[in-house]
Design a protein around this ligand. Structure first.
Ligand code: AQP
Length: 329
């Protein structure tokens, strides 16, 4: 039997090339070797305010992007988190076994809370929902970007704690491991190389979305910040913005950074940026073509419905085990 993997993306906007390089592209490659479960984590998206209509549209759009990238529903389960009640039910059991201090230490909570005028309690407790997402499917591996490391560690600690408290010597829950890409695990903003590229960034020039037009992509890359050094070098300390563009270039072209650096010696940034823009457009265009076809038909809705049935079957078994172990069933 194949080992299982789980991962998800929030429909909190349109995925960026950061989401794509850091996680989503790997989903397609991994589905042949693992039994893959991919979720549109819409309950995570509501930890910050969302327009309900836009959230519904983004949820369908993200599912269509999963399919357009090449996730095959005959190999992988694709589903929407809110279609599987076990996620929010498990999250409660998990919250009751996590410490407040553990949640307060999460850097993603601190970063997102700093951007909110009023902080919802869900922003603090959302790692419990994420722990639930992973453990409900007995996932052994979780392909994610670098920003999720802390959440994966929390999940591993939780599994050890749950098994030792409630397992009577048996492992009820499976302890997962994160799978991180070698390059591009943390793509940075095109406007600020000290911040992660994020789909909800209020500065749209900071990210390239998978649904940006070729013209938008080219403009955003050409206006990406660089430095006054004027040489294409991979030096994260002194040339962080150019190094970020090199990471993107290398990830999309599958070429070594050294090879790219030597190609652009003495050319300044113009040719480098222009080629990176072409490469990005060439990567995204075929995805957009398939996406447009999918959004015009009914296939996406059918796949979401079917995915919910398959995901519910697996998740409800783990939830029952957890409830029995804790004495509430
Ligand atoms: N900049 C990034 N570089 C590499 N990987 C990234 N990921 C996110 N940003 C980058 C990875 O993408 C997957 C899905 O992320 P998510 O949607 O669940 O949430 P996030 O990490 O909070 O992503 P965003 O784009 O920053 O969303 P918002 O703006 O809503 O907070 C994850 O595997 C993540 O590691």
């Amino acid at each position: 039997m194949k080992q299982r993997i789980f991962s998800g993306v929030q429909p909190s906007g349109t995925p960026t090339i950061g989401n794509y390089i850091g996680a989503m592209r790997g989903f397609v490659e991994l589905q042949d070797d693992y039994e893959a479960v991919y979720c549109v984590v819409n309950q995570h998206a509501i930890t910050v305010p969302q327009d309900p209509k836009v959230l519904r549209e983004n949820t369908k759009s993200l599912t269509a992007l999963y399919l357009a990238m090449g996730i095959d529903p005959s190999k992988s389960i694709i589903f929407k988190q809110s279609d599987v009640p076990a996620h929010s039910q498990a999250a409660w059991l998990i919250q009751c076994n996590l410490g407040l201090g553990e949640l307060e230490r999460m850097t993603q909570y601190k970063d997102k809370a700093a951007k909110q005028e009023s902080i919802g309690a869900g922003l603090l407790t959302y790692p419990a929902l994420m722990v639930g997402d992973i453990i409900l499917y007995d996932a052994e591996f979780v392909p994610v970007g670098d920003d999720q490391r802390q959440h994966i560690e929390l999940t591993r600690d939780f599994v050890d704690r749950f098994n030792s408290r409630f397992g009577n010597g048996n492992d009820i829950l499976v302890k997962p491991e994160g799978l991180y890409p070698d390059h591009g695990a943390r793509v940075m903003s095109l406007q600020d190389p000290s911040s992660k590229m994020s789909k909800s960034d209020s500065n749209v020039k900071g990210f390239i979305s998978l649904l940006d037009t070729p013209k938008q992509i080219t403009k955003k890359i050409k206006s990406a910040v660089t430095d006054s050094i004027g040489e294409v070098n991979y030096d994260k300390e002194n040339q962080p913005a150019v190094s970020n563009l090199l990471d993107i270039y290398s990830s999309l072209s599958m070429r070594d950074i050294d090879d790219i650096v030597s190609e652009y010696q003495g050319t300044g940034y113009g040719a480098f940026k222009s080629d990176l823009a072409d490469l990005t457009v060439a990567t995204i265009e075929p995805i957009q073509e398939r996406y447009n076809q999918l959004m015009a038909g009914d296939e996406v809705e059918d796949i979401i419905r079917d995915g919910a049935v398959r995901a519910n079957e697996i998740a409800s078994i783990t939830l029952e085990k957890m409830e029995k172990a804790m004495g509430i069933r």
